[in-house]
Design a protein around this ligand. Structure first.
Ligand code: NZQ
Ligand code: ZN
Length: 380
């Protein structure tokens, strides 16, 4: 196990009706900006619960943070927040609203163009923020990351700042999710765990078992959620799996990959494809391309998550990869680029972008432009 520092300061408030706790979670002194997406919270009652909890408080609302939040929208929010001396942010929505709000929280404290912060990749001088999560997927509610897009140049980059001080997770808020967003959320959670697990064996027994427990939970609940998407206990397990999948708990002292995510971000930037949907296509391709390098871990995963314990090594590895692709298919997601009408031009563009940036992702830092091409070629 490698040395590590672990610190996760986000307070979780989990369960039915917990949105009312907002009244005490945000100290009275603050001037609040509440940030929202496109309006789903008005239809499912979340907006009403938030406003009820914050009645008599000093707040303004900012609407319109879009899926894959753009710098163009966030610049507007930052300007308004600065003008109104906002000193606390409350993000109400999915990963996009939360990510966008992380950039707003940094942008308020920065005099230049906030895109400079995205290019720098991090900025830790922020105003505090809390969240009310409505879509289990990204883990943004309990991590310090964000991913910000720029429409003008069709770019999308990770950005790091501070953790939310609290996050409210009420599984009932997920009952209004469209099935496609649930599928993408499950795929995203699954691949987050894989990015931290699917590297090499024998780094940490504890991290391996924790990661496998989240993977197995997802495999168990995914078909049940499809049948019964308003089942509180199922959605509670899904919500907590997503949060635990990317809040540092399964990453202690182990190497990480993230190549699939970096390729996926390019597919979103170039085609607008939903984040989880990009991963369902790319991740099986990453396994197919790097099957030798990851062989030991693929065998372990196949055995512990899918019960594959017979056949030659080659057969078992192939089966584990096939099971993974079939799992994404069972969610109703595409697993091939052609299904999304994405072709060679995009593969070449991604290879070129990686080369221009001298990219080398993955636990072995060998996913360069040409390896990204190989991965994408295997996803056709
Ligand atoms: O905008 P509204 O009207 O709220 O609708 C949203 C949006 O259209 C809707 N939605 C959310 N909650 C709902 C709901 N509809 C009905 N009922 C509800 N309860 O769902 C749509 C998608 O929302 P979005 O926030 O975009 O989805 P998600 O949570 O998957 O976030 C995706 C973004 O997070 C980034 C992705 O790259 C992408 O930009 N990620 C952030 C990470 C992080 N911060 O650590 C890690 C991830 O790997 C990921 O990259
Ligand atoms: Zn993700």
């Amino acid at each position: 196990m490698n040395n590590f520092t672990f610190h996760n300061p986000t307070r979780l408030l989990f369960g039915k009706g917990m949105i009312e706790k907002l009244s005490t979670a945000i100290p009275m002194v603050h001037r609040i900006m509440i940030t929202f997406g496109g309006g789903s919270v008005k239809q499912n009652g979340v907006y009403d619960q938030v406003i009820k909890a914050l009645k008599d408080r000093d707040y303004i609302e900012f609407w319109g943070i879009e899926p894959n939040p753009t710098i163009e929208t966030l610049r507007e929010a930052i300007q308004i927040a600065k003008g109104k001396q906002v000193d606390f942010l409350l993000a109400v929505g999915g990963g996009s609203v939360i990510d966008g709000t992380k950039l707003i929280s940094a942008g308020i404290q920065y005099d230049g163009d906030p895109w400079e912060l995205v290019q720098k990749g991090y900025y830790y001088h922020t105003v505090p923020m809390g969240t009310v999560l409505t879509l289990p997927a990204t883990g943004s509610e309990m991590n310090s990351g964000a991913v910000i897009s720029r429409k003008e140049t069709q770019e999308k980059f990770p950005f790091y700042s501070n953790f939310p001080v609290f996050s409210i997770l009420d599984p009932e808020t997920t009952f209004s999710l469209p099935p496609y967003q649930v599928a993408c959320g499950i795929a995203d959670t699954f691949v987050h765990v894989m990015e931290q697990y699917m590297t090499t064996t024998d780094q940490s027994r504890l991290m391996d078992h924790w990661a496998e427990s989240i993977l197995s939970t997802l495999v168990e609940i995914a078909p049940k959620i499809k049948e019964d998407p308003r089942n509180y206990d199922l959605m509670a397990d899904f919500m907590l799996s997503a949060t635990m999948g990317l809040n540092g708990f399964i990453a202690m002292g182990v190497t990480q990959d993230w190549a699939t995510h970096m390729i996926g971000h390019e597919l979103t930037a170039l085609h607008g494809l939903t984040h989880g949907a990009t991963l369902a296509i790319v991740f099986p391709g990453t396994l197919r391309t790097l099957r030798k390098q990851k062989e030991g871990k693929i065998l372990q995963y196949g055995e512990r998550v899918w019960g594959i314990n017979s056949g030659t090594t080659e057969e078992r590895v192939s089966q584990a990869i096939e099971k993974t692709e079939q799992f994404f298919q069972s969610l109703g997601l595409s697993t091939r680029l052609s299904q999304e009408k994405i072709g060679d031009t995009t593969i070449t563009e991604i290879e070129n972008r990686f080369n221009e940036r001298n990219a080398a992702f993955g636990e072995a830092k060998n996913v360069t432009g040409s390896v990204a091409r190989e991965i994408l070629e295997s996803c056709k």
